[in-house]
Design a protein around this ligand. Sequence first.
Ligand code: ADP
Length: 529
Amino acid sequence: MSIAEIDLHSALKKYFGFSGFKGLQEEVIKNVIEGNNTFVIMPTGGGKSLCYQLPALIKEGTAIVVSPLIALMKNQVDAIRAVSDNDGVAHVLNSSLNKTEIKRVKDDILNGITKLLYVAPESLTKEEYVDFLRSVQISFMAVDEAHCISEWGHDFRPEYRNLRHILKRIGDDIPIIGLTATATPKVQEDILKSLGMTDAVTFKASFNRPNLFYEVRPKTKNVDADIIRFIKQNEGKSGIVYCLSRKRVEELAQVLQVNGIKAVPYHAGLDAKTRVKHQDMFLMEDCDVVVATIAFGMGIDKPDVRFVIHHDIPKSIESYYQETGRAGRDGGEGHCLAFYAYKDIEKLEKFMSGKPVAEQEIGHALLQEVVAFAETSISRRKFILHYFGEAFDNETGEGGDMDDNVRNPKKQVEAKDEVKTLLETVKNTNEKYKSKDLVQVIIGKSNALISSHKTDTLPFFGIGKNKEQRFWMALIRQVLVAGLLKKDIETYGVLRLTKMGKDFINNPNSFMMAEDHVYDEESDAGIIT
Ligand code: ADP
């Protein structure tokens, strides 16, 4: 063990009381200390904060930490202060400070006491702050929740857009560490480009959560009863039920209470006192279940949440992953149960209308992934991990049998010929269609787009009409996960052949497929309010 390693371990013990690093932390920290640009992609709970906190404490100068969430910044500052003998070690710089407080922050920085300075991106637009920060020694800059910089992230924040310029003004050669828990390959690329650090060393932890069990059930008009039954089967365990609307949160919380379940509602429309009370009740186990909108969860660190139920399907796989990720943090059981009806997707699409076109296209593409996830019959875990750019083998991977589709597999059929037909159609149409239109071409149904390209006059139009639309959609999803096709993100999902796909056309081999689940479109009539 080199001296640097020994020092890191003792610093870890000294400041945080931990006896070892988690996952990739040590490699990340070394890279930051060496002064390189660094990009960290780790799921929530992976221990990202330490990746910049420890180097900040060790290095000379002050580290600037950009974070979008004021409440979380305060928590972090408190936590750092608790392990230091000087409160000045960490500060938040924001618009709520008065003159005396600002002076104190500046003095502590100038005196070399402050190792971590948390700022919201909008505070960095203040000339006065930028000028000050230019004049002091900055060790590095950490950009937390870096996905906020990308329109393809689930939480785009325009004020993150300018960060690169502001950071450059503070110092041209100050190293940057970007951190995120959500990174599809497209978001990763956006972050590296937008922060001007394409040279960054990237550290990506696995997103696999082997202890979580994933399940999707059809959402019928009996969804409330289904939820009650599930909770009663899990009596005494802690869980979260996510709903889309505040109204639904209130109603469902009441329904659960009437049925003898200790449940409380949580949404941004409740006053702050009630929200804190309900959150504390959940943390202190005075209630078992929180029925909530997505306002609930950020920064809530309850390790033994045993189930997360989605009464309404979320608007992206990122959101789904984030929300289900709150289950089983302690490594114990965590059941993730989502109720799905296509009508809910239509509802979410309606919310998007009226937004700028690019935003709608992105929102639509993200929703299509949710549909694919809900309807697929391949392993849910494999699907999610593929979405995050990670290959997963159910035979050898941890948690390989932990989802409904793997436990109750659908019968598989040989689809070698159909895959060939599909790939050839992608090729013959010069890779210009998204899944839905491509399927229309295959089954021989024209639409405005198809006829504008005159694809409906070509000999292969309708080549697969002996099979239903549903079959072809399912096949496309499975072929995507198998890596024979890929979706082009820039065009919001146009299908392109991969090298593997091209090879398959020339040299087809066995391809076993399972049909998707079929959800009864009528079954949820009048359910959601
Ligand atoms: P993230 O920001 O990736 O969601 P956090 O930084 O909040 O994760 O860390 C998650 C939890 O793991 C925290 O409770 C933190 O104290 C703990 N933790 C981080 N690093 C270590 C470590 N090396 N050993 C033990 N616990 C750790």
